[in-house]
Design a protein around this ligand. Sequence first.
Ligand SMILES: Nc1nc2c(ncn2[C@@H]2O[C@H](COP(=O)(O)OP(=O)(O)OP(=O)(O)O)[C@@H](O)[C@H]2O)c(=O)[nH]1
Ligand SMILES: [Mg+2]
Length: 752
Amino acid sequence: MEAKVIDLSKLRKATGWQGTDQSGKVNPITQEDLSQRLNIDQSQVSRYENDPSSIPLDLLFHWLQALGVRLEDAFEMAGKNEPLGINPGLPWQKLQRNCGLLMEYVHGAKATVRNFRESAFNAESLRVLAQELRRKPNIVFTGKFDSGKSRLANGLLGRRDLPDKYQPATRLITYVCHINDKPSWLREEVLILNRNFDFSRDISMLDSLSIDEVNKNYKVVAGNLEILKAYGTHDGKYSEVKDAKYALVYMDSPLLEACNIVDLPGYGASEDEDVERAREGGKVADILVYTSNSTGFLDAEDFVRMQYEVSRLPAFEGSVKDYPLLGNLYIVATHASRDKTQEDLDAILTTASNRLYQTMSETWRALSTARGRTIDAGVLRARMFTYWAELPDRRKNLEECMTSYLATTLPKVKNGILDQTVAEYKSEADKELSARIAEYQAIMEDTTNAERTYEELKRNEPTRKKRVENTKLNIINQIRAHRKEHLDELTRVYEENLNIDGLERLIKGKYKEKNEAQRYLGTYLLDHIQGRLSSVGEEKAKLLKLEIDEFLQIYDMALTSASADIEKPGLSIPFDAKGAFLAGLTGLATLGALSIWVSTMGNLGGYILAAKLSGWLATVGISVGGKALITYLASIGGPVTAGIAIALAVAAAIWSIFGDSWQRRLAKKTIDAFNTKDVQKKFTENINAFWRDTEIAFRDGAESVEKKFMKNLKHLDDVIKGRISRDTLKAKIAQFNKVKDFLANTPWVPLA
Ligand SMILES: Nc1nc2c(ncn2[C@@H]2O[C@H](COP(=O)(O)OP(=O)(O)OP(=O)(O)O)[C@@H](O)[C@H]2O)c(=O)[nH]1
Ligand SMILES: [Mg+2]
């Protein structure tokens, strides 16, 4: 039998927590503390830790008792039971094969097809589609610093390659992928990138970058896993290299066959660079793991952070009947060691889920609407898990749930969505290209008729222009009216919620314990105010969407009414007003209320995947490949929130009170905190910015449609007036037909 030696030093550090100090840092028990507990000299503790095989058996038993560890657990901690990682199998194998075939198909296309750009449906957009479809889901690890994110990620990977240690460790947004997914231009296992890299936009398109581009714009250094320690941790050798922002890491692990991992820097008490990075990394999450130490599990700060992350998580509910509600959210109580009994842990999680539900009631209400099912405290409880690497029973539930989610649940949902997306792309392509072909054919076959239609169209131009101008003006006025009403709503919500008597009543009704009220009241109020403002904003955004659709119809109608008078409708002029409007928005970083318009454009259709739109959508915070797109306003583009910084400042300002009945004092204090932290001003600024962004986005979109329309008109003019010859027309028709056939024959074996 192999002799087992217990690593006593590791054991002491891993189990003997002395709690946390004021900065939130976890302190392990020291050698001195242990020597006192054992009533021996510190030098002896040191000696046995250096040479554990020499410890007498009776001392070993006392030793374990002093640390509160059972013998079998001690062996586990000594390395025997290091997690081997989870293995969801190869859930995307069929998909990868499909996408591989698609890529080959595009590569093999004839030059005439490959270079065709007269429609958004072309070989290039098919290639971008394939690239987007084959992207593996991203699991993002987030939570406060030192809460065990990296250690948990390591445990699930079955490796210890991500640096995990006491001090705030992770410094870079660390993107971990399977070694086989390494882009062909990269030789090394680890690549450190600088801040020029646009993570949410570029990460799924690594393959289309070139080594020259990377070297010139993004690369800081490349190397092996040692590089990750040197650049990726706060006390690493090159931690002061300010330029380094991201680490791409390629390694071998069964988990990485099923997903990519994003390990983020932790949230600290203040809004520093790590926090900003944590937030940026969260954008690409398909699955979110939120870690919090089971000692002090989920405080008000965690609530604020989690709310933000969960709101923007893609919703897959509704696509598949037995999909677990909030199935892509894992809230993990880390450090679930033997210090705590199973009963302790159960109680901790249950209390936390009730509190989380009650404090963030508006958030859950809105998410329930967005996801079509009711989220209550029980649902939240079911999304909570424990973890301690050394104890299989404390990690089993998480490991099993995540494995089956990745192996079965998610592929089932995604495969359906992917099949549908490809089918839609093909049918949209066929529709649009056929219409263009018919248009050219009509012109060729019946010139007089085409000319008459065109003349009619020209005659209608002044009327159309006037209608466009009027409607545009009307919409802009409405946007301004919405803004004013939105601000009025803020004043009303504020007066209703922040008066002493009302607040005192609320506190009496809602909280029994002073301590609890103090901790959670500020967060509850902010959530409440935000919820009201968001739902008002969402209603307005939906009204605006209807107006915009009507506005775009003017363009469609200009074309149909032009050919309506003619007995034989020979000429139909396809014009993609929506696509043109959308194209006008793509340069913008925020869309205000127009996020709703974009998000309800249907399940991708042809527009969204054409060109590089998918990357842009990620940039403005709309995720592609969710249940369609997200419609909950707070989750897209500019959420109407006071901002995390202010929420934390308010919460902190309320935490110390003295004087009258505590409820009344707390009410006063809370109102003071809201006032001194300028919460109302902050909300006002955000509402103003939201509607300003909306107006800018609308103007840009409208301008883009008009330009495109005029360009089409000009093209039509050229064709009809014979400036484009019949031979050119014939060649065009032939070319369109080739592309149409090419896209119609796109290879795709149904996945679902
Ligand atoms: N033994 C043991 N130690 C753990 C476990 N989880 C976390 N720790 C320890 O707790 C400390 C913090 O864990 P990390 O994984 O580095 O925490 P983090 O959240 O990644 O921290 P930052 O990167 O600073 O945000 C490290 O010393 C870990 O080794 C566990 O399951 N078992
Ligand atoms: Mg870390």
